[in-house]
Design a protein around this ligand. Structure first.
Ligand code: FAD
Length: 230
């Protein structure tokens, strides 16, 4: 059973009505590495009797463990609404860190990190991690996202470590019939990489792995074909 831990909400910034940055101070050292996430327990009991526990990725560098940063996109569900209504000083129960969306060994490789939607947080956390440092000069971050959906280019640029090439391409909204085709068109034009990381919408990243990047490491945030929502 996962060990329950707590972090104090230390600082909040609402970038828009639907996007919030949270800085958390864990009660004990997290010992996380870039690309990992926490599972936050909102304490909300769902109609099926389960607790609404949701995963949120640490986007700040693992060089700093005592205060970590997350970005949350508010949706219609209970978890993101709970995250977006915390106040400074609140205690946030969680388990973790979890996850295997991690950098490889230190051998430099031409690396593509492709994220859709909120999956950008996994991309930023991975790239900011100390283990990814040897890859940065050879890395390209591509973010496929609806205009104005989440973080700004200025935020991503500031969070991104130097050396990484960054491009954002607009994608039709989640569920739009032309969304996958557009993602396939963009991803199909990206060649020459030794290593690929994919994060975000499972209805996009899984087909991209099957069709274009069979060895890619994947972090699926939603539309996960193998999972029910908790
Ligand atoms: C490993 C991992 C890391 C994650 N990291 C982050 C993060 O850093 N920031 C963040 O905001 N979210 C992140 N998520 C998503 C997050 O865990 C929740 O799924 C999300 O906040 C919705 O929870 P909810 O309770 O508000 O809505 P729910 O009731 O759980 O979901 C409502 C509906 O929205 C869909 N949905 C979930 N996420 C999205 C999305 N981004 N865009 C469109 N539809 C979506 C769900 O499939 C569902 O149909 C992560 C998910 C995983 C698995």
């Amino acid at each position: 059973m996962a060990v329950q831990k707590e972090a104090r909400v230390a600082h909040l910034v609402d970038l828009s009505g639907t996007t919030r940055i949270l800085e958390l101070e864990p009660a004990e050292p997290l010992d996380f590495v870039g690309g990992q996430y926490l599972i936050v327990n909102s304490g909300i009991v769902l109609p099926d009797g389960k607790l609404a526990k949701r995963a949120y990725t640490i986007l700040s560098s693992d060089a700093r463990q005592e205060r970590v940063v997350m970005a949350v996109r508010r949706l219609d569900g209970p978890g993101s609404a709970w995250m977006c209504t915390r106040t400074v000083g609140d205690q946030l129960p969680f388990s973790g860190p979890w996850g295997k969306f991690l950098a490889d060994d230190a051998t430099p490789r031409r690396t593509l990190v492709l994220a859709t939607d909120t999956g950008i947080t996994a991309a930023l956390g991975l790239i900011a991690g100390r283990a990814f440092e040897p890859q940065r000069a050879h890395a390209t971050l591509v973010w496929l996202v609806e205009d104005g959906y989440f973080l700004s280019d200025a935020f991503v640029g500031a969070a991104l470590c130097s050396g990484v090439t960054y491009r954002r391409h607009p994608l039709p909204r989640v569920g739009h019939p032309e969304r996958l085709g557009e993602a396939q068109r963009i991803a199909g034009s990206l060649g020459g990489f030794d290593r690929v990381f994919l994060a975000g919408d499972g209805a996009v990243v899984h087909p991209l792995r099957e069709q274009l990047f069979p060895a890619a490491r994947v972090e699926c945030y939603f539309n996960n074909p193998g999972k029910k929502s908790a």
